[in-house]
Design a protein around this ligand. Structure first.
Ligand SMILES: [Zn+2]
Length: 324
């Protein structure tokens, strides 16, 4: 970690100020040491250069495996396809060029595919994940001076309230035991006038939801590595799914990722069947989360259930009061 990160961190248990203890430096990076809370005396270790606010990866063990196995598959800087940037642009209603100088939280960063894009456009990014994907993210991002990586739980966030200009959580909240509660925790971290963007799985395709839910139930006792091997079936099965008309039946029978890149297909198929928690949502439901969190300017974007909204400024609040 870099010392600049301290300014935005707070004790996840009591929101007290954290103090750096016994730091070991390697250039600008603090590679080990601890963060001690001035209020409640809890201590959080810095291991392999990352502050760890959790004892383990809890329900996110599959993501620890997944993102350390596929450390660079979805990274634009390695693949040169621009796919992550296109997806990131879809999930924000602001030009990425406006991220310059903004403080951004990537809530559920995985190996850092979207954080890399935000950094490229000049943002300072705090990339957070519950899983050991943070070790892959640190390898991919930490050499950049404005990148910070943290291992933490969405239900015990280690940040000061009203800290970030932009928070995004793309494809993450539906893998938590309580997506709405996780969302509400993130809103507390947003500055006045800041924006939050989330993407969740869509519940509209009931055939897909029923079929994936059935297979998840059937496969859930398999060890992660077995499931990973099985996910390779997506490589040949894809060609059956592409047969005109008949392919639709194959897709309904056993949904797989239809990405044209075989490695990406295995990754996305494993990602669909391995998580401990997986929920499906509607626009109406998530729109209500935004409205009840008193967010303004809420817009529906793509893909899946993607929405963005902002925290009201003083003038927004005056306008809302005068219009009632
Ligand atoms: Zn504390």
């Amino acid at each position: 970690m870099k010392t600049a990160l301290l300014e935005w961190l707070a004790c996840p248990a009591c929101r007290g100020t954290l103090r750096l203890a016994q730091p070991v430096h390697q250039g600008e990076e603090i590679v080990s040491g601890a963060l001690g809370c001035e209020s409640c005396s809890r201590a959080y270790p810095i291991v392999r250069g990352i502050p760890r606010f959790v004892a383990d990866d809890s329900y996110a063990g599959n993501f620890s495996f997944e993102w350390n196995r596929f450390q660079t598959t979805q990274l634009d800087s390695r693949q040169q396809r621009g796919e992550s940037e296109r997806r990131f642009r879809q999930s924000l209603d602001i030009p990425l060029e406006q991220l310059k100088g903004q403080l951004v939280l990537d809530a559920g960063c995985g190996m850092g595919r979207f954080a890399e894009i935000a950094l490229h456009h000049g943002a300072t990014v705090v990339a957070m994940d519950l899983s050991f994907a943070v070790d892959a993210a640190a390898k991919n991002l930490s050499p950049q001076p404005d990148a910070h990586v943290v291992q933490a739980n969405l239900f015990a966030l280690p940040f000061r309230p009203e800290t970030f200009d932009l928070i995004y959580s793309l494809g993450v909240l539906h893998h938590t035991p309580n997506p709405r509660k996780a969302f509400e925790g993130l809103v507390e971290l947003l500055k006045t006038g800041g924006k939050i963007s989330v993407t969740l799985y869509s519940g509209y395709n009931t055939v897909y939801v029923r079929s994936t839910s059935f297979w998840r139930f059937a496969l859930k006792r398999l060890p992660g590595r077995w499931l990973y091997r099985l996910s390779h079936l997506a490589i040949p099965y894809y060609h059956l799914c592409r047969i005109p008309l008949l392919g639709l039946g194959f897709q309904a029978l056993f949904p797989i990722s239809m990405h044209p890149d075989p490695e990406w297909r295995v990754l996305d198929t494993f990602d669909c069947y391995s998580p401990t928690y997986q929920s499906y949502h509607t626009h109406h439901e998530v729109f209500r989360w935004f409205k009840e969190a008193n967010l303004t300017g809420v817009e529906v974007l793509e893909p899946g259930i993607s929405l963005i909204g902002g925290k009201r400024t003083v003038s927004d609040k005056r306008q809302a009061t005068s219009s009632t």
